[in-house]
Ligand binder design. Sequence first.
Ligand code: C5P
Length: 222
Amino acid sequence: MSPVVIALDGPSGSGKSSTARGVASRLGLAYLDTGAMYRATTWALLQHGVDVEDADAVAAACERVVIESGTDPAAPTIHADGHDVSVAIRGQEVTDAVSQVSRVPRVRERMVALQRAEIAESHGIVVEGRDIGTTVAPRAEVKVYLVADPAARAARRAAETGEQSAEQVSATAESLARRDVIDSSRTASPLAKADDAVLIDSTTLSLDEVVDAVVRLAEPVL
Ligand code: C5P
């Protein structure tokens, strides 16, 4: 029997990462953060001085980047070209550039191939991203599309980064909105809810409540 796959998609700040890790820990499954893979690729390209606005240059340079993901939900790791970039990929420079890199079809092909390999090797996995239910794992047993109000998303992201002044929250809201536009409007596997995904709005729910909701959806297929 193929391993169970729980696909968790949605925009930035909707609570995907905390939910995905919580569900994976609760159910003893592996965890794959596909956003971290796109971020790590972006980090490596920036290190090489690649102009991320130049899609041809990004497509050519991404061939040489080696990405390795650790899939333990208690301590996920991500390496680019042998460097542990778990912290560096959360910086503003990578955040500002990642959606430009992710829209390049060759980058996506490479990431999707790596993600499918991780899924195939696992004994059950929670995969979070933007296109998991639609493209990476269209036959996933459980598909969830997680959303939250823009204000709640910005407040959560600001809390995560410790930036809580009104100005910083509003800058975070702008950065999220900018990425949403690029992520949802790109041609290659845009951010989208799969037709058969269950929509969960986390705006007024606690993390535990969202994890409970996803676990309930998964129980029948475990
Ligand atoms: O989830 P996170 O905010 O870390 O993702 C960073 C970026 O990576 C997203 O804004 C998007 O551009 C890209 N991404 C993607 N497809 C995925 C996961 C992330 O294009 N499956």
